[in-house]
Design a binder for this molecule. Structure first.
Ligand code: SF4
Ligand code: SF4
Length: 329
């Protein structure tokens, strides 16, 4: 079976965070203590790059990856020396003033960073003020080595007129290099009370396959390989591939393509699968990964997944083969 080569290496460097957002899907908080060490990070990067030359970008995320301090800088520089692009995902706690933001971005870019991804929204704002995000947007605009900055804002209906997207988009119109700044809303799942939806109107009825699976290598702070870094990845053994080791990386990655369920997630996506295995669907989820949680953690669904017959399995494999033939054209 042909495999899809991974393009991105994502290192979930820690679940420690300066914030403790109410609906953080990984329950990150200042209480968590484990951080990837620089020797672990270098081993992951050099092994993944040697095993999969298709990898061009390394993403450092968490938790809050900037808590790795000097180790994050060394890791970025290590990637640059290997010809790899880098991106960090952060809540922007370090942007307390324009000057602080400029200095930190200079440190990052002098060592090779080219992309920034900043998260904000109602939960985040309890810990990191919007002025930090504004300082970071402006500082990134002034730094020519930053090629792209994405600010992801929790998509929800309960801002009561204080939606940060409006303020940030207005600020973005004043930037010198507007084209490299993207202010986007991203789905935000109420993790504490799953039956309450943050944006009823825009419930996602996605019927496409999940293309996050098979797009990269993901490693969590405990050195476990994950099939994706979506919301469900830490809550089901289905999306865990076992401990990272140099000797087993290629085998574990390739094994995914022998797993009918993963092929099915890739070709059809979790909502489509739920609809196919359930005669009547009363699913109160709204984000693709939320459907995935429903599919992979509810015993009634797991039982039905285990019962799929040969005919269905063959159809999934055929669909996957056609999909990747189209992809490779
Ligand atoms: S800032 Fe991000 S990682 Fe930190 S607690 Fe909030 S959602 Fe989680
Ligand atoms: S839909 Fe499922 S497989 Fe896809 S990214 Fe989300 S959790 Fe991962």
């Amino acid at each position: 079976m042909d495999i899809i080569n991974p393009q991105i290496l994502t290192l979930i460097t820690t679940y420690k965070c300066t914030a403790a957002c109410e609906n953080c899907c990984f329950n990150c908080s200042p209480q968590y203590s484990r951080l990837m060490s620089i020797s672990e990070i270098k081993e992951y990067i050099s092994t993944c790059k040697a095993t999969f030359p298709s990898i061009k970008v390394v993403v450092f995320t968490g938790g809050e990856c900037t808590l790795l301090k000097d180790d994050l800088i060394s890791a970025i520089s290590f990637c640059a020396n290997l010809g790899l692009k880098t991106r960090i995902v952060s809540n922007g706690h370090w942007g307390k003033s324009l000057e602080t933001a400029q200095n930190y971005i200079k440190l990052l870019t002098d060592n090779g960073l080219s992309e920034l991804n900043i998260s904000t929204g109602k939960d985040h704002l309890k810990y990191v003020p919007l002025t930090n995000i504004i300082n970071i947007i402006q500082a990134a605009d002034l730094n020519d080595k930053i090629t792209g900055i994405v600010v992801s804002i929790e998509k929800r209906e309960d801002y009561n007129g204080n939606n940060p997207i409006k303020i940030l988009r207005e600020k973005a119109t004043l930037l010198k290099h507007r084209e490299k700044t993207f202010i986007v809303e991203s789905p935000w799942v109420n993790f504490r009370k799953r039956n309450i939806l943050f944006n009823h109107q825009e419930r996602i009825e996605k019927r496409e396959g999940c293309k996050n699976i098979f797009s990269g290598i993901q490693i969590n702070p405990n050195g476990q390989l994950l099939s994706c870094c979506g919301l469900a990845c830490e809550y089901t053994p289905v999306l865990k591939l076992g401990k990272f080791t140099q000797d087993s990386l290629l085998r574990k990655y390739k094994q995914q393509f022998n797993d009918i369920l993963k092929l099915w997630l890739y070709t059809d996506g979790p909502l489509n699968i739920l609809n196919q295995i359930n005669e009547t669907s009363k699913i109160e989820c709204r984000h693709d990964c939320d459907y995935c949680l429903e599919l992979l953690t509810k015993s009634n669904n797991i039982k039905k997944l285990l019962d799929i017959d040969n005919k269905r399995a063959k159809e999934i494999v055929l669909k996957y083969i056609i999909d990747i033939k189209t992809l490779k054209k």
